[in-house]
Design a binder for this molecule. Structure first.
Ligand SMILES: N#Cc1c(NC(=O)c2cc(S(=O)(=O)N3CCOCC3)c(Cl)cc2Cl)sc2c1CCN(Cc1ccc(O)cc1)C2
Length: 443
């Protein structure tokens, strides 16, 4: 990252006497103290625990300084709100580096479309993109501040948990091109109506640069949220851009469009992927990528796998398997999200929680602290798996929790107990291999 400590202090409006600190170039900014390396700046966020508790650990691992919302002994930049400072810095960094932003949001397809745009633009530019699910008010600034120094274009995925989320992200990122892939049905339990989802997703216009372009589906539900004085491209049958012919094969598909000369082939099936690829191709044409290069990129695209998304067990039960970010905050966030979703008629809410690894000497209390996020007025039963989950076991009511030290026994228990109307959440470190449970339940 090309930022010095004094430059950062000035941009975020640090209120302490930071000029006494050496004006050193910062290596990276991290909010997970486990990722801190020499020369880094620590960002203590208020997640499942207050990040200020981990400042000592950050310095023990080589941090040069830390943001802080309170007086601390170590070299620090005193700010009122660490997250706001992080976001302000990300916005500044994009302006300083003059990296052009392509922003993508939508109920479905935003991750695939993001990956495909990245593949296309990488044919001509040094291009960076959102990694994993780092698409929210913390993850997006993190992505911006971690882009390689030679980045020319950045493709940012914008996730929405609540109305207004996308407006904030768009104002930070100030995209040159903004894409809404689809106004679907996901998160209806939070937003109530598709109209509200449309309003939320069209928040992406909030930071759209003057002279920028908004690319949206033909869906009439968004019409009242479209901005004036903006180049708007609609996609869908007989709209501004559309797929003309589509030939599906088992593991790939080919299609033509109304704006390219030749057919495009992508290594994934599914008509929705043709639309996602068409959007990526169109962005490529907007940014002067040659058609042959567009075609080459899309024919070899590798897609982000194992998204946090709902799957179905073979008996029809709903499965939510969150394979990202095995840390206390992410586990508490996914539990709150899962508990906020209404149960299926006559169904139960079941959860499998597995060890979060590499949490250091506070692992026992960090696992025990997850108890605060489990609401047994909504959760029917919790299955714990792994040595560290014994610390959470001690915090939970005996009739609502089962403990397993063995993955096969846990899998057998779930196969026998899961009913078609049930909802099952699984969360834990990748190396706990909860994915094998999902595969068994899907077969
Ligand atoms: N609470 C908490 C902790 C962490 N939380 C996070 O990293 C975190 C993750 C997330 S997130 O949900 O993973 N996420 C981040 C990026 O965008 C997508 C979503 C969020 Cl939103 C916020 C935070 Cl603050 S990381 C971490 C802790 C507490 C323990 N830390 C290691 C440690 C253990 C023992 C020690 O003595 C010192 C450090 C590691």
């Amino acid at each position: 990252m090309k930022l010095t400590l004094h430059e950062i202090a000035h941009i975020v409006g640090a209120t302490n006497n930071w000029s006494e600190l050496a004006d050193t170039e910062i290596h990276n900014i991290e909010f997970d103290s486990r990722k801190i390396q020499g020369g880094d700046l620590f960002l203590p966020l208020k997640g499942a625990r207050d990040g200020h508790e981990f400042i000592d650990t950050a310095f023990a691992q080589g941090a040069l300084a830390t943001f802080a919302e309170q007086e601390v002994a170590q070299p620090h930049l005193r700010v009122e709100d660490c997250l706001e400072a992080f976001q302000k810095l990300a916005q500044y960094y994009l302006e300083k580096t003059a990296v052009e932003v392509i922003a993508v949001t939508g109920s479905n397809g935003k991750t695939t479309t993001k990956d495909m745009i990245h593949a296309v633009l990488s044919e001509k530019y040094k291009t960076y993109k959102t990694q994993g699910n780092y698409n929210n008010e913390i993850g997006m600034p993190y992505t911006i501040l971690h882009m390689p120094d030679d980045t020319e274009k950045i493709v940012l995925e914008m996730g929405m948990d609540r109305l207004g989320d996308i407006d904030l992200l768009s104002k930070i990122a100030k995209p040159r091109i903004a894409i809404v892939t689809l106004i679907g049905e996901s998160h209806l339990e939070f937003f109530g109506t598709r109209d509200k989802i449309a309003e939320g997703k069209l928040g992406i216009k909030a930071g759209l640069r003057s002279g920028g372009e908004l690319i949206v589906p033909a869906d009439k539900i968004i019409n009242k949220y479209l901005p004036a004085d903006t180049k708007i491209t609609r996609f869908g049958p007989d709209e501004d851009i559309f797929v003309t012919q589509l030939i599906e094969h088992k593991n790939q598909l080919s299609f033509t469009t109304n704006f390219l000369d030749e057919e495009i082939t992508i290594p994934v099936p599914g008509k929705f992927n043709a639309t996602n690829a068409m959007l990526a191709a169109y962005v490529g044409t907007l940014l002067d990528v040659e058609e042959d290069d567009i075609r080459h990129a899309l024919s070899h695209v590798s897609l982000t796998r194992n998204r946090t998304e709902w799957k179905k067990a073979s008996n029809g039960a709903d499965i939510l398997s969150d394979v990202y970010n095995a840390n206390p905050t992410a586990m508490k966030l996914i539990l709150e999200t899962f508990q906020a979703i209404p149960k299926n008629e006559g169904g139960r809410k079941l959860t499998v929680l597995a060890d979060m690894l590499e949490l250091g000497d506070q692992a026992p209390e960090l696992h025990a602290s997850i108890a605060a996020a489990i609401d047994f007025s909504k959760m029917d039963h919790v299955y714990l798996y792994g040595d560290l989950m014994k610390y959470l076991l001690a915090e939970l009511p005996e009739d609502k929790v089962s403990y397993f030290g063995n993955l096969e026994q846990l899998t057998e228990e779930l196969q026998s107990t899961l009913q078609p109307q049930d909802q099952l959440l699984l969360k834990g470190s990748n190396s706990m291999k909860l994915g094998t449970i999902v595969e068994e339940l899907q077969n």
